[in-house]
Design a protein around this ligand. Structure first.
Ligand code: MG
Ligand code: ZN
Length: 215
């Protein structure tokens, strides 16, 4: 395991150097299956695609359904089919990034395979990680999967519009997240009502400005 991670880290560092040289801010978007990662990407594109040149790498176990959803928005998307592999790794992203015109991009979002465990262990060359947790998954998830919350720069509590129909304790989840990762940005989101989307886009826009071509 240590060797695998060491090798992955070396390739991740190469990817990171390339993205930095090209002025592309890279976000590794993680979360469980059904947390709403692709829906959030669709909302993000709706608001930012005309303003920020962006592309998406879609990690999926077997299908290209999510990539097809992204493609409809006219944003370049490349699918990585892991054929059952439960996370993306740096070599997969290295190979895939060669197919993108990095000179023209400012933002690359990598939607990882739906999984709260090992995506947090395998860097892909990203600037930062983000974790999406939907309120249907239960407020116990931060404490059960601490690494992904410790590693992420921002936690996105998704589907808050259906909060009244769940027993998700928002205050508890936020408290647990900030205990695990003091100072972490936590946003409440709903891709259905649009709640929090403007704040999320502002956060992302600022990251691109800080780290990307316009830095
Ligand atoms: Mg998805
Ligand atoms: Zn895995």
């Amino acid at each position: 395991m240590k060797n695998i991670l060491g090798e992955n880290d070396r390739t991740a560092a190469e990817n990171q150097a390339l993205f930095k040289e090209k002025g592309v801010y890279v976000l590794n978007l993680m979360g469980s299956p059904g947390a709403g990662k692709t829906s959030l990407l669709e909302k993000t594109m709706e608001f930012l695609k005309d303003e920020i040149p962006m592309a998406v790498i879609e990690g999926d176990l077997f299908t290209s359904r999510d990539a097809e959803r992204i493609e409809k928005h006219g944003v370049p998307v490349i699918q990585i089919n892991t054929a059952g592999g439960c996370h993306l790794d740096a070599p997969m992203v290295q190979k895939t990034a060669q197919k993108l015109d990095l000179d023209k991009l400012e933002l690359l979002i990598v939607e990882n395979v739906g999984n709260l465990v090992c995506p947090a262990e395998f860097a892909v060359g990203e600037d930062e990680k983000a974790v999406v947790l939907s309120v249907t998954e239960g407020d116990d998830k931060p404490m059960k999967y601490p690494l992904i919350f410790k590693e992420s720069a921002i936690a996105l509590l998704n589907k808050v519009d259906i909060l009244p129909y769940t027993n998700f304790d928002l205050a508890q989840a936020k408290e647990d997240i900030t205990t695990l990762h003091p100072g972490m940005r936590v946003l409440e989101l709903s891709c259905t009502t649009g709640q929090g989307i403007a704040e999320w886009c502002t956060w992302l826009r600022n990251r691109v400005k800080e780290k990307g071509k316009r830095a």
